[in-house]
Design a protein around this ligand. Structure first.
Ligand SMILES: Cc1ncc(COP(=O)(O)O)c(C=O)c1O
Length: 459
């Protein structure tokens, strides 16, 4: 492996492909039942799955059950779970307190489309964590960010939205723009094109969205100057979580908020992935900036379908006064509220988050491995989240991803899978979500597998 000039070696992609072929064959051999099942499942489930992102080459992993830090697939293979349902299961699978709360609630009826008393306890807890007084519940992150768009537009009487290039905010039309734009379609960095992420977007929607690069407050300022009085608000993941973990530069989030407010626009944090994972109070706590709106889902619900939107009195004023409806048959569903209540008040306590300092102390050994083998990579860690950027300098904004060859993170994913570690796949990034119940030995398994991969690539 030749050195690439900055003391890092260049990865031999031919070797990566060779290793990937071996790992794919090894995976297939362990997944005979899954492979057969997929063919049957395809007869009524398109692709054999319930969401297009549940399948990933070479084939979907069909899960049978989970307990604590582990999951088992339908072939009986056991994995340490670092996928964790995209970071939902930060409390671990089948946590006894959540199981008990759900079982008790089931006996009492699971749906009325009327509020139950648990909702207020959940709202009080979220108000303390995210420093925002008012909360409404929904059923997914998509609903939370969709509500944020509507609230920002209704409150300001404007229609345009500002977002960060390369962020995903759910699958509704308003924000399915420039989620993973290709280099060919994305346009210049100082004026990114608005690229529809999916077919089926109605005409005119895409034009309502302007994208700017992450970690660049000047770009936000410029966008407001170029569209005076047009933006209802900006939505941002305070730490990007869908291209590895990309942390905000110091002061960036505060600058963004100041620019939005100076221009009469609202700021919404999409904390669907960062909320209750980066810290007890999510990114609001981790970075000390309180936006007008916070969108939550995933980890707050203890593993049940959930979503929430929180806001200041001003931002949720129209809903408080009854001028704007935020609605949904399953909003504040009793089963979800029961699981969320115990999750927020008894499981994901402030003390529980100390565990991530210990866990991340072990994950840091991946950086030692990277340095030992002089790999062009680096590790990022915060709370329950971590990633390895397969690039000689860390990813700082979406466009940095274009320099990463998909084949390396794909091999890293297969490698862990074949050695008992389940992670969410990603075409150009390697990331994980931990839980408060993962043991030291679970993390060490990841690190050991990583070292074995490093040595194989370096040989
Ligand atoms: C940052 C972010 N926002 C919103 C969503 C949408 O959440 P859901 O899949 O619950 O609709 C996701 C989903 O992964 C996400 O990562």
């Amino acid at each position: 492996m030749p050195a690439n000039g900055n003391d890092r070696v260049e990865i031999d992609l031919g070797l990566v492909e060779e290793l990937t072929n071996k790992e794919t064959a090894a995976l297939d051999a362990k997944h005979r039942r899954s492979l057969e099942y997929r063919e049957v499942a395809k007869t009524h489930l398109p692709g054999g799955v319930s969401s297009s992102w549940q399948t990933w080459p070479p084939h979907p992993i069909y899960v049978d059950r989970g307990k604590g830090s582990k999951v088992w697939d339908i072939d009986g293979n056991e994995y340490v779970d670092y996928h964790n349902g995209y970071g939902v299961m930060v409390m671990g699978h089948a946590h006894p307190k959540i199981v008990e709360a759900v079982q008790k609630r089931v006996e009492l009826g699971t749906h009325f489309a009327q509020p139950t008393e648990d909702a207020l306890v959940c709202a009080e807890n979220l108000a303390e964590r995210f420093r925002l007084p008012y909360w409404r519940f929904g059923n997914s992150g998509t609903e939370a960010t969709m509500d944020a768009c509507r609230i920002m537009r209704a409150t300001t009487g404007r229609t345009k939205l500002l977002k960060i290039e390369g962020t995903y905010h759910g699958h509704h039309d308003s924000l399915m723009v420039s989620v993973f734009p290709s280099k060919d379609a994305a346009g210049p960095r100082d004026h990114p094109a608005s690229v529809p992420q999916t077919l089926g977007m109605p005409e005119g929607i895409v034009e309502q969205v302007v994208n700017v690069p992450f970690n660049d407050a000047d770009a936000v300022r410029r966008a407001f100057e170029e569209h005076p009085g047009e933006f209802a608000g900006m939505i941002i993941e305070p730490a990007m979580s869908n291209c590895g973990l990309v942390l905000p530069d110091p002061g960036y989030l505060q600058q963004v908020e100041d620019i939005c407010h100076a221009n009469g626009a609202l700021l919404a944090f999409d904390e669907v992935k960062t909320g209750c994972t980066l810290a007890w109070g999510g990114a609001v706590e981790a970075f000390g900036v309180v936006p007008d709106l916070v969108c939550l889902a995933k980890a707050i619900g203890g593993g049940l379908p959930c979503g929430a939107i929180g806001g200041t009195e001003e931002a949720l004023g129209m809903i408080i006064r009854g001028e704007l409806d935020q609605v949904g048959t399953f909003n504040g569903n009793p089963l979800t509220m029961a699981a969320m209540k115990v999750n927020l008040t008894e499981v994901l306590t402030k003390d529980a988050y100390r565990r991530f300092d210990e866990v991340n102390g072990i994950f840091e050994r991946c950086q030692t491995v990277i340095d030992k083998y002089r790999l062009p990579a680096s590790v990022k860690l915060l709370g329950a989240k971590g990633s390895i950027d397969w690039r000689s300098t860390p990813i700082h904004e979406y466009r940095d991803l274009w320099e990463i060859d998909d084949r390396v993170p794909q091999l890293a994913w297969l490698w862990q899978l074949n050695r008992g570690v389940f992670k969410s796949p990603g075409s150009k990034w390697e990331s994980w979500s931990s839980s408060i119940v993962h043991g030291d030995e679970d993390v060490q398994r990841y690190v050991d597998n990583f070292e074995e991969l490093a040595s194989a690539i370096a040989s």
